[in-house]
Ligand binder design. Sequence first.
Ligand SMILES: [Zn+2]
Length: 488
Amino acid sequence: MAAINSNSEPLFNTARVIEELPSDDGDDDYEDIDVQAEEKLPLWLRTEIVDLLNDELETATSEAQEEVYDMCRPLLLCTDTQKLSSNQSSLPTLSRDRHTEFLHAALKPLPSGYVAMDASRPWLFYWAICGLTTLGQDVTQYRERLQETLRPLQNPSGGFGGGHGQYSHCAGNYAAVLALAATGGLDMVNREAMWHFLGSMKQADGGFRVAQGAEEDIRGAYCAMTAITLLNLPLTLPPSAPARQAGLESFLDRLGEWIGRCQTYEGGIAAAPGSEAHGAYAFCALACLSIMDAPHISVPQCLDVRALLAWLAGIQTRTEGGFAGRANKLVDACYGHWVGSCWALLEAALAPASASASASASARPPPNLWDRGALIRYLLCCCQQPGRRGGMRDKPSAHPDAYHTCYSLAGLSAAQHHYSYDADAAVHDTVSGRLTAAFNWTARRATPAERAVWCCDEMDDVAFVHPVFVIPMAAVARVVQQFPHSIL
Ligand SMILES: [Zn+2]
């Protein structure tokens, strides 16, 4: 069940709930509750509500959940501030300087333990660079170094491998392209070879493999369509693409249908048809569909939007406020992005299609599909590394790393800002043939009243992260200008 939104407060008569609790239940903790302090808390954090939601069934899962809750509760209530400085609402402020230092350090020579990450080198660059830009840092200083490091990873047959001498891989390729886009270094990409590489990943059923001989999954589809769109590669499959033998001519052929088959009985999205629903794959599916066409067209065409919405709302953890990656799993900061960033895409998918309807809809506030304040509280209170080291972490028992720092900050961006899709803008460029739906987004900051509800200060605001490509909005705008022409 989702964390209960503070805006739904009038639906609950909390005074009545308190009265109905037995006064002689032997619960000493209840006697100690500071009623006034409790009343200042968002509804979902109040003891009487938390108690109402607990069931009696004890399992290994419920014990693990209880452990996480016990760890998080003093941090969420700010009774333990972990020596982080506080904002006006007593929440920890975003330790901007320390996280910046942490991410810069992630781009320096790394300890020997990182040898295990050798096949994920572009990801290490992307997480640090994307995180820095979300903190408002200029990353162009890394352009040449990044290009030099990535040069040997770019294969003559197209695309980037995860490390030296490795096959090109759609995921590592995505990270390399985005890191280069953020630093302004995309000119080093061999676009024609990239087109051939991605063409060889397209499958007869419409999906994409992630690498030669590797698995076909939703990451492959999203990562491939990201590179195709940002680099303005032709949508037509290269002549050598094996999928042509099955009658396919375009990267888009059968793709929407294949993505639809990834939706599970739960309503969420799996890596591939028949697998388990997972928050990160929901983002990949929604973002991929938002590249292919306007979200209000492509998403309802391919997915059961209501079922997906219910599933996503169900993995916002009711006691910590962040998101879990799957049903009945523990909260984890990175899903602040993977699930938190789904909401802007879903809001656009649910928006009215016609210009006049969208004009009248824009006069209304966007629907409250999720609890932004709860995610912000979880990320600021529980996921910032205390002390001087900086960096953000999955949960308080975990160590910080660049991955969780990057996606915690992207999650903050999703929660703090409003992203709107222009339903009247063109969805493809008639001259180059490029898909342009993903370029029709704008962002605006929250109002002071919204920030007050979320207990978040303006000084904690991060930059606008593009809702589809997960790099700064400004970097996407630059890339659009950089490749106005197709390679054909
Ligand atoms: Zn995680």
